[in-house]
Design a protein around this ligand. Structure first.
Ligand SMILES: [Zn+2]
Ligand SMILES: [Zn+2]
Length: 234
């Protein structure tokens, strides 16, 4: 039950069978983009992305701290798309080991610092608390470690959900908002389907069809593919 609770609707199907295709998807799209290393960890198969040239990690799923250790990556900044446990599990450990700064939306902060946050919603999960160094909100420009992001607030899957749009290479790190052939589930605490669909259509689609989307679960895609074929959005 827990396993499906945080899983996006689309990615729950045929996940293992898609493992190879997913890897291929990232490789193919990454060829045209910046130097990114990808790791998928934890029982929810959550993606995180390490921007090598800037030492920026986006999201901190279970086992990501160990992956960073094995890969020899040194993190200066940890950007969190949202506060669901599968994206923040290793945040405290990573901050301890890398002395990195953590940035997130103000609504994400209580999910990080309150040990019992998820228990109140009936989930028997516990996360090691950690305090963010920087609270960020929607902004046309968020400059961090030499990378120029546009930050978009797209709630509906989770309050305070941020999408990080890297302008130069036109890559969107979207968290659990928009997936290949799916969207983030909206039936978890604080979820709102209308808000989610409206946010995707009014904030993400206008970024442009060519924009590459690296989601929190499943393979990479593009805004154009999802605008034309995503069954939740057409
Ligand atoms: Zn989520
Ligand atoms: Zn997730």
């Amino acid at each position: 039950m827990l396993r499906s609770a945080f899983r996006p609707r689309s990615a729950s199907l045929h996940h293992k069978q898609n493992a190879l295709a997913e890897r291929a998807g990232f490789t193919e799209i990454r060829r045209f983009t910046m130097n990114i290393d990808t790791f998928t960890g934890g029982v929810f198969d959550t993606n995180c992305f390490f921007l090598k040239d800037a030492a920026i990690l986006i999201d901190a799923p279970q086992e990501s701290a160990d992956w960073l250790r094995r890969s020899g990556h040194k993190v200066d900044w940890l950007l969190l798309t949202h506060g669901h446990i599968d994206h923040i599990s290793d945040a405290a450990e990573i901050q301890r080991e890398h002395s990195c700064k953590i940035a997130c939306h103000p609504e994400t902060a209580p999910m990080l610092s309150d040990r019992n946050f998820f228990r109140r919603f009936g989930f028997e999960l516990e996360v090691e608390p950690v305090t963010p160094d920087l609270l960020i909100n929607e902004a046309p420009s968020f400059d961090v470690a030499g990378i120029d992001f546009q930050v978009l607030l797209v709630p509906g899957h989770c309050p305070g959900s941020l999408c990080f749009f890297e302008k130069k290479e036109r890559v969107l790190f979207g968290g659990d908002v928009l997936f290949a052939s799916g969207v983030g589930r909206w039936d978890l605490p604080g979820g709102d389907g209308e808000l989610l669909f409206t946010g995707i259509k009014t904030k993400l689609f206008p970024l442009g069809d060519d924009v590459k989307v690296f989601p929190g679960h499943g393979p990479a895609t593009t805004i154009g593919i999802e605008r034309k074929t995503n069954p939740f959005l057409t």
